[in-house]
Design a protein around this ligand. Structure first.
Ligand SMILES: [Zn+2]
Length: 239
């Protein structure tokens, strides 16, 4: 029994480390030309093609003592951090028995937050992923009406702002994300979620005093959504 448990933790940890490596590569190369879904393949310093033995998550970094084998230069710690980070995150999820709920959602939410903060946009593929996750984890028929209302409201806000100010007040990616999350929560919960994430964004704008710049909203939406999910899972776990 102990062995099977140990093996499942190792497998889950290994998968988490691979995912961590993959997500970091996606983030680093976001928006670049010639980009497809793939893992890191060349050295950051000399551009040499990496071998499979250089790409084993966590282990390669440790065995190479944080240096590249081709040109012997220092590797960024971001590789080790993202791989160990997601490996341990997956193992914690396995421990709390919510690998398919929290485990499959949070890496996507994290990537949305990072990309939105940096590029002020939410990739459609991640919005679709969240929609898939929601359709697997809830009965989306239940909140169809609420979702349609929220979608229409946000779209009119989007078009209204565009018409009056000639600029986007809220991104279409945010509209899609909030409409999708409405399928999961329905009313009035989605209203609380929108209010809390808007307040957090406002707070950030006031604290940073950057009133004229464009700010990411999606990162605050996923932060609030993540907190809601965690609360719900923890509540269920304790209760
Ligand atoms: Zn190199």
């Amino acid at each position: 029994m102990l062995e099977t448990t140990l093996i499942s933790y190792l497998i889950v940890g290994f998968l988490g480390a691979i995912l961590g490596s993959f997500l970091l590569h996606e983030y680093d190369n976001y928006g670049k030309a010639k980009k497809g879904l793939k893992l890191r393949s060349i050295c950051d310093h000399c551009g040499e093609h990496l071998k499979v033995k250089n790409l084993i998550p966590i282990l390669s970094f440790l065995l190479q003592r944080g240096k590249s084998t081709c040109c012997n230069k220092k590797l960024s710690y971001k590789y080790l951090i993202s791989e160990i980070g997601l490996a341990s995150f997956f193992m914690v999820c396995l421990f709390f028995n919510n690998l398919t709920t929290v485990g499959l959602l949070f890496p996507a939410l994290l990537l949305i937050a990072l990309i939105d903060e940096k590029f002020k946009e939410i990739p459609l593929v991640l919005n679709i992923y969240v929609l898939l996750w929601i359709s697997l984890n809830s009965n989306i028929g239940e909140h169809l009406m609420a979702s349609a209302l929220v979608g229409l409201f946000l779209l009119s806000l989007y078009w209204g702002y565009l018409f009056l100010r000639k600029t986007e007040g809220i991104g279409l990616g945010d509209v899609i994300l909030l409409t999708t999350i409405s399928l999961y929560y329905g009313l009035p919960e989605i209203f609380y979620l929108i209010t809390i994430s808007s307040c957090l964004l406002l707070l950030k704008i006031i604290i940073s005093q950057k009133y004229k710049e464009q700010h990411a909203f999606g990162s605050w939406i996923v932060l609030t959504f993540g907190a809601f999910i965690l609360f719900q899972e923890f509540y269920v776990f304790v209760g």
